[in-house]
Design a protein around this ligand. Structure first.
Ligand code: HEM
Length: 162
């Protein structure tokens, strides 16, 4: 089934507005129609987040071994980043649907196909999510918004963990 989290992110944006109006958040309020993609600066921010996430994942001793083959093969790191940009654009409510065609013109795989045979455990998956959350915070994404996108990523767990 195509991955269309836009509605969810818009819902999260509405909740963020409600929370800040209620005085229980320090976030800059966003209008109910503004996506997190727009709020955080669009494609350039997604590019930075993905670059930093891949750097973190290939440096983390828990996740790094899974990316050894990727790093050793010309073109694969670029494809991975391009597919992650497509997916994170979608997760942030931007103009993308995952799986779909990335900004290099290639079709990205669905999550089951992309991770088949990698034997990713639950603990490794959790570490990946932690690394990505840290990168999002470093890029200036508020805690409330990290918590808004996290369920979308965590929801992919059954497709990725084997
Ligand atoms: C919510 C969590 C995750 C998301 C959103 C995600 C996303 C992606 C995407 C978009 C691709 C590229 C698919 C393509 O090339 O068509 C990919 C591939 C891959 N992912 Fe994940 N992933 C997640 C979790 C993990 C975890 C936990 C690991 C292992 C630590 C992992 C390791 C890999 C590897 C090794 C590839 C293949 C890269 C290659 O082809 O060279 N992923 N993932």
């Amino acid at each position: 089934m195509p991955f269309r989290p836009n509605a969810l992110i818009r819902g999260a944006a509405v909740l963020a507005v409600a929370a800040s109006l209620a005085g229980c958040g320090e976030d800059t309020p966003v209008s109910s129609s503004q996506t997190l993609f727009e709020k955080y600066g669009g494609a350039p921010t997604i590019r930075t987040v993905v670059d930093n996430a891949v750097t973190a994942l290939v440096s983390d001793p828990v996740t790094a071994p899974f990316f050894a083959g990727t790093l050793a093969t010309p073109g694969r790191p670029d494809r991975l980043k391009s597919c992650l940009r497509l997916q994170f654009t979608a997760v942030f409510g931007g103009p993308a649907t995952y799986p779909g065609r990335n900004d290099q013109g290639d079709m990205c795989a669905d999550m089951v196909t992309a991770h088949r045979g990698l034997n990713i455990s639950g603990a490794v998956f959790d570490r990946f999510i932690m690394d990505v959350a840290m990168v999002l915070r470093s890029a200036g994404v508020s805690e409330a918004d990290v918590n808004a996108v996290a369920p979308t990523l965590v929801g992919l767990r059954p497709q990725i963990v084997s």
